[in-house]
Design a protein around this ligand. Structure first.
Ligand code: MG
Length: 384
């Protein structure tokens, strides 16, 4: 019986993780859950999965939660310390993090520090503090198992291989809803259009990131940290999202992982790794799929992808700044405060105004994150 702590249980990854866990009651037990602010759903999950500890990030709603689960034997905690308690819950073997955004960093570090293996869907953790996170995992001899579908594919393609035999990682991208749009068409796309992803059903933030290809940019950085900063990573647009990523080895052989675009597949692999469990999900119907297509990414129409690669190249606090500026800009777009094309423009300006410092401790990341959020907010107020 694997004992699990699930962080971000009411989000898209969280809900899918519980859906997988529910199918294997003999193999997994939920010991701790954490969520942001969706009290009603969180209460239903607590009732169903009976964790010993439940952490609600939004402290203002903790009384409402306590009332909803008053008849249950569960300890309720709140705030950032609450998520840290859930991440380091004593009996847990594996912490699954589906937290959205940079709020995932502290609990991820806490899990590794407590000696827990970490199944990571929250890419920001590696994007903003990859160096510190890897150091902590090495220090405590813990494993980071990627849940992001592309990184799970690379992780699976690496089974039994040596990382030093990788020639390059080929990171596939769906290209999002605007893959075929002209530069002119992309200037005035609406929130509704951007939220309409062709293949994957995900949360709002990541769906917008997919439409700008910032998601692929963040995944590029994530791949560098997971599989070696010196490793070549190439992005290729593959509209059908069937090949989830590939590795070309030094002998030019390419290993690919294919599957239906359903997050429950990589989630289940992270939970059962190094084993695999039988799944009730439908098999991929290759004949029905027909053609699989590939094209080079267009950096002119998708400047966010280039910005992310540049941030990784420059290193230090720049990836943290890129990520924070993106979070604020995407939220401003969702709130209809800025036009779509300004997301990339704002990030570019904030990166230009930043004075990078080396990442030595957590405070360096948090300070860069704070600065970039303020700077982006300021630029939005001044220019809109
Ligand atoms: Mg992905």
């Amino acid at each position: 019986m694997k004992k699990i702590s699930l962080l971000g249980s009411t989000g898209s990854i969280g809900v899918n993780t519980l859906d997988v866990i529910e199918r294997y009651p003999e193999n997994f037990q939920i010991c701790a859950l954490s969520a942001g602010s969706n009290v009603e759903l969180f209460a239903r999950q607590i009732r169903k999965f009976k964790p010993a500890l439940a952490a609600l990030f939004d402290s203002t709603k903790v009384d409402a939660l306590k009332e909803l689960v008053a008849d249950l034997d569960v300890k309720i905690v709140s705030g950032p310390e609450g998520s840290v308690s859930a991440a380091s819950f004593p009996e847990v073997d594996l912490v699954v993090s589906g937290v959205v955004g940079s709020a995932g960093l502290l609990p991820a570090l806490a899990a590794l520090k407590a000696g827990k293996n970490l199944a990571l869907a929250n890419k920001e953790t590696l994007v903003i503090a990859g160096e510190l996170v890897l150091k902590e995992a090495a220090r405590t001899n813990t494993k980071i198992i990627p849940i992001d579908s592309e990184h799970s594919a690379i992780f699976q393609a690496l089974n039994g291989e040596k990382t030093e035999r990788i020639k390059k990682i080929i990171l596939t991208a769906s290209g999002g809803p605007f893959r075929t749009f002209s530069l002119k068409q992309m200037e005035n796309v609406t929130v509704k259009e951007a939220l309409n992803h062709p293949n994957w059903s995900m949360g709002a933030k990541i769906t917008i990131d997919s439409s700008t290809m910032m998601n692929k940019g963040l995944e590029y950085i994530e791949a560098k940290w997971l599989f070696g900063v010196e490793t070549n990573v190439e992005v290729i647009v593959h509209a059908q999202s069937i090949i989830h990523s590939m590795i070309e080895f030094v002998d030019t052989s390419i290993m690919a992982q294919l599957g239906i675009p359903d997050m429950r597949v990589p989630i289940a692999y992270a939970l059962t790794y190094p084993d695999r469990f039988e799944s009730e999900l439908p098999s991929l119907d290759l004949a029905a799929m027909g053609d699989l297509t590939f094209e080079a990414p267009d950096f002119e129409r998708f400047p966010c992808l280039q910005l992310a690669m540049d941030a990784m190249e420059m290193g230090q606090t720049l990836p943290a700044v890129l990520n924070a500026a993106n979070e604020i800009a995407v939220q401003a777009f969702l709130d209809e405060l800025i036009p779509y094309k300004d997301i990339a423009e704002l990030i570019r300006m904030v990166m230009q105004n930043h004075r990078p410092v080396p990442l030595q401790e957590l405070e360096d990341v948090l300070e860069a994150d704070r600065w970039a959020r303020e700077e982006t907010t300021k630029l939005i107020t001044v220019t809109h």
